[in-house]
Design a protein around this ligand. Structure first.
Ligand code: FMN
Length: 226
């Protein structure tokens, strides 16, 4: 494993949406998850639960979700809203720019509804990654524990990066919470929060080189009393 500073892992990680077939062994998945569990959590409650799927189990999940999507393209009722109704500025423009950058790289025009739908559907096959993670949280917990889960996820993404693995967090999986629970036999008390694609990047794919912009420090940081 190449040594990678936290800074380099932060700067080198990007959402990867095209993968090679190279498998990710269970030991490596377990190692990353175990290390990520050293993430802090309020009261050390460790609210995360992770299902990792590969091979036929992953394919079965994708098939079930794709079949459901063909029937009702707008999705199940998600356990948590993915965005608020009527996303306002500056977040709306950022989200728009994010999508445009991706579709431009793929040469899928704004009028090409089918092209955009097909790209969105690739979420449901984890963009071809050999491993998919589904992260759930018990309904008995509350919003604050989602902060813990966010910290866990970023830890996991950086640990993957350190090991040469690429990833893409995907809230699109939460649109299919019902069919995911049914197919994977996940209890009703667990909310499906997010999926994560995990594998080795198809290095040459243009979609893997988006370099999404970030707001300037002064747009989000307010230092006082220094
Ligand atoms: C919580 C979360 C949910 C996301 N959901 C999706 C998704 O469903 N599909 C997708 O293609 N990318 C998804 N992304 C990736 C974001 O679009 C990406 O992180 C953002 O554009 C910044 O780009 P970067 O990750 O390459 O730095 C998600 C990212 C996060 C953190």
């Amino acid at each position: 494993m190449a040594e990678l500073s936290v800074t380099d892992a932060m700067l080198q990680r990007g959402s990867v949406r095209a993968y090679t077939d190279q498998p990710v062994p269970a030991d490596l998945v377990n190692e990353i998850l175990e290390l990520a569990s050293h993430a802090p959590s309020g009261g050390n409650v460790q609210p995360w639960k992770i299902y990792a799927v590969t091979g036929a189990v992953k394919d079965q999940l994708s098939q079930a979700v794709l079949a459901k999507a063909a029937e009702s393209p707008s999705g199940d009722k998600p356990d948590i809203p993915v965005y608020p109704n009527g996303l306002s500025e500056p977040w709306r423009s950022r989200r728009y720019a994010c999508g445009e950058l991706m579709y431009t790289a793929l040469e899928i025009g704004r009028e090409d509804k089918m092209g955009r739908f097909e790209q969105a559907a690739k979420n449901m096959v984890f963009f071809g990654a050999p491993v998919g993670l589904i992260i759930t949280m018990d309904r008995a917990l509350c919003e604050s524990q989602m902060i813990d889960i966010g910290i866990f996820i970023q830890s996991l993404l950086l640990l993957a990066q350190e090991r040469g693995l690429a990833s893409c967090p995907q809230t699109s999986w939460s649109m299919w919470s019902g069919v995911i629970r049914e197919t994977m036999d996940i209890p009703e008390n667990e909310m499906v929060l997010i999926g994560i694609a995990l594998g080795y990047a198809a290095a040459e794919a243009p979609i893997n080189h988006l370099n999404q912009a970030r707001a300037q420090l002064s747009d989000f940081a307010d230092l006082r009393g220094f």
